[in-house]
Design a protein around this ligand. Structure first.
Ligand code: SF4
Ligand code: SF4
Length: 455
């Protein structure tokens, strides 16, 4: 998945996860039909026709791009090994567990000859269509061509900091405003709706079934954000985008706010690299130019250099993957981010072209785009379970959710004059109500937050 730098894996000593974010979860999201062999009798022309149909079916299913690559990721192996060796995966042991199988699809799923990579936009349509005041944007399409031209200029030379002129009214301005509001609880955009694992898996399975209806039984396995898959590398190889300096996949017409999924197949389909019209940019950062905005914007310095993310400092890791206590030196840097982090993506000029999700599943649920810290910290465990049913957030559980909120409240209490007295009192009362929480982890973070009153 392309949801946060945690989910990218591979190059450079550092990329995290995928999200995103990259495989934060074990390979829960797989389905397979192994052992069967590709129907014989498919010649080159028939395979080319099949590839064209796969793209058409994928678009019908809501995928913004579909590409096909071979399985040779040998260029990524040294970077992956160095990243794991340096311990940049933190507690994500599943990243190391599969060793080089991550870079060798045919070792992970015997018989794999090609990988079909897809992307699906997740930015809720209502979020994209609102300005900084939450009002509908006007002339969105009209502005797009001018903005694209400006963005392209930005990367060709040393333009310095052009800021985000003309960005007022952009949905990103609203997101930034919430990051500056100490009472707001900020949940990463990808997690505000239905769990993407389920949505993507269901659609990838439909795509796999359509292929089966065409060719008969064949070997395949579907992955959605599964640990052993180097999905950014595969997607780049398949022409679905390029790796940006924040390690996520980017595309000129879509920015980076999309999920990735894959189908490993044993069919010898023509690869997109064979087709110059759809070939991927040849190297990471193909359209980043001299831009360093994502690196500069990272609140914790987790992007230690271009294409290098140290998961142990990344807020997506700290709030989602990390099981225990959040290191105290990093807590103040987390601000009011309670689940994941979008800062490096918000800073990226290409996300002016982020696309609306093609499905309603990613629409915001339970007001998670406007929730306050006091509201969310007041949820009981039963309320958390009920409201987060079907959400990716439920995976971290009530204890880590509460831990994250306590840190954000502590940071709010450090906001000084930006926090009105009544709001301060409400936040302190919320902490007091959990001072004797059943969880030692939560109690420790509540104590840390309450100490902020005296700072
Ligand atoms: S801005 Fe930094 S902390 Fe936030 S997701 Fe990106 S790399 Fe992680
Ligand atoms: S912010 Fe700039 S350097 Fe970072 S991914 Fe976007 S274009 Fe590339």
């Amino acid at each position: 998945m392309n949801r946060s730098p945690l989910h990218s894996d591979s190059k450079g000593v550092s990329e995290v996860s995928e999200a995103s974010p990259r495989a934060l979860e074990p390979p829960l999201c797989e389905s397979s039909h192994e052992g069967a062999r590709a129907a014989p009798g498919f010649d080159r022309a028939a395979l080319a026709q099949l590839a064209a149909r796969i793209r058409a079916w994928g678009r019908e299913l809501g995928f913004g791009a579909i590409g096909i690559s071979d399985t040779d990721l040998s260029d990524a192996e040294a970077g992956l090994a160095a990243w794991l060796e340096a311990g940049c995966h933190g507690e994500m042991d599943y990243m190391a567990k599969h060793g080089m199988k991550r870079a060798r699809p045919a070792e992970l799923v015997a018989g794999t000859r090609r990988v079909i990579s897809v992307r699906m936009a997740y930015l809720p349509a209502a979020t994209l269509a609102s300005d900084a005041d939450g009002k509908p944007r006007e002339s969105l399409a009209t502005a797009a061509s001018n903005e694209r031209r400006d963005a392209s200029r930005e990367f060709v030379g040393d333009q310095g900091d052009r800021g985000d002129q003309g960005d007022q009214g952009d949905w990103r301005a609203r997101e930034r405003a919430r990051l500056d509001d100490p009472q707001a609880a900020v949940v990463s955009i990808y997690a505000r709706g239905r769990d993407y694992h389920k949505v993507l898996r269901a659609r990838l399975q439909q795509l796999a079934q359509r292929i089966e209806a065409e060719v008969g039984a064949y070997g395949h396995r579907v992955f959605t954000d599964s640990a052993p898959v180097l999905e950014v590398e595969l997607a780049q190889k398949a022409g679905v985008g390029w790796r940006g300096k924040h390690t996520l996949l980017l595309q000129r017409d879509a920015g980076s706010l999309f999920f990735l999924g894959e189908i490993y197949v044993d069919l010898p389909l023509p690869v997109d690299a064979d087709d110059p019209s759809s070939a991927a940019p040849g190297h990471a950062g193909a359209h980043c130019g001299s831009c360093t905005r994502c690196i500069d914007a990272c609140p914790t310095g987790a992007i230690t250099g271009p294409y290098r993310v140290d998961a142990r400092r990344c807020i997506s890791y700290l709030t989602i993957e990390l099981q225990g206590s959040i290191p105290e030196d990093l807590r103040p840097l987390i601000g009011n981010r309670v689940y994941g982090c979008d800062d490096c993506q918000l800073a990226c000029p290409w996300n002016k072209f982020a696309q609306a999700a093609p499905v309603a599943d990613f629409d915001v649920r339970h007001g998670l785009d406007r929730a306050t810290l006091v509201d969310l910290f007041g949820w009981s465990a039963a309320e958390f379970d009920a409201r987060m049913q079907g959400s990716a957030i439920r995976r971290i559980g009530y204890e880590r959710w509460s831990r994250n909120l306590a840190v954000a409240i502590g940071n709010a209490l450090r906001a000084g004059a930006a926090l009105p007295d009544a709001a301060r009192a409400a936040l302190v009362a919320a902490l007091r109500a959990r001072e004797h929480d059943a969880s030692a982890l939560v109690r420790e973070h509540v104590r840390w937050a309450l100490a902020a009153r005296d700072d």
